[in-house]
Design a protein around this ligand. Structure first.
Ligand code: GAR
Length: 210
């Protein structure tokens, strides 16, 4: 069995982003090392200014903006579905994608959408908990341990099956910003590529058995 799956067999990955895209960068950097069974074929951003689009461009990956604030939720999701179909994506990774997707959308892709969340679910998750707000809430509650979670996405915000989690200790002098950075460095940027490989491999293996 070769170390690297041939290009044709690799699971096609779409990455959905909204902002800076450091998790996208971690996925790009892990291609060919941690991620052997998958390949990013498209990056879709929910706004035109997302720096993640620059990262995709630099890596030679197709990047498309679907600006959410310029359209209805229905139009937004149908454009994303169109792009996913066109690209042949088999899994969808939400990497700092800060728009909630409707049940109509998530039902189309059971166990095919994965999300990274910057806390240990079920703490500090669900509607309203995103980005820095998650770390502010963890510090306000005074927890001593937080972390990151990668999970499958279903119709419940942050409610799908957990794939991987990693804990990160909180320091007494942490600010939301310092905690956010440490959770990314120690947990998110490792966990997301690992989860991408797990799910990509499962899909690739299931295709080989057919
Ligand atoms: C990351 O910390 C990610 O876990 C979080 O947004 C940040 C995006 O950073 N996602 C959520 O809060 C989802 N509920 P990035 O654009 O640099 O990857």
């Amino acid at each position: 069995m070769p170390q690297h799956a041939s290009q044709a067999k690799r699971t096609k990955i779409a990455v959905l982003v909204s902002g800076g895209g450091t998790n996208l960068q971690a996925l790009i950097d892990a291609q060919g090392s941690v991620i052997k069974s998958g390949e990013i074929v498209i990056v879709i951003a929910s706004n035109r200014e997302a720096y993640a689009l620059e990262r995709a461009k630099k890596a030679g990956i197709r990047g498309v903006a679907v600006p959410k604030k310029e359209m209805t939720q229905e139009a937004f999701e149908s454009k994303i579905v169109e792009l996913l179909d066109e690209s042949g994506a088999e899994i969808i990774i939400l990497a700092g994608f800060l728009s909630i997707l409707s049940e109509d959308f998530t039902k189309r892709y059971p166990r095919r959408i994965i999300n990274i969340h910057p806390s240990l679910i079920p703490s500090f998750c669900g509607q309203g908990y995103y980005g820095l707000k998650v770390h502010e809430a963890a510090l306000a509650r005074g927890v001593k341990v937080t972390g990151a979670t990668v999970h499958f996405v279903n119709e419940i915000p942050d409610g799908g099956e957990i794939i991987l989690q990693k804990a990160v200790y909180i320091n007494p002098d942490d600010t939301p910003e310092s905690l956010q950075l440490r959770v990314m460095q120690e947990a998110e940027w490792k966990l997301l590529p690992e989860a991408a490989e797990l799910v990509s491999k499962e899909i690739m293996d299931s295709k080989e058995q057919k």
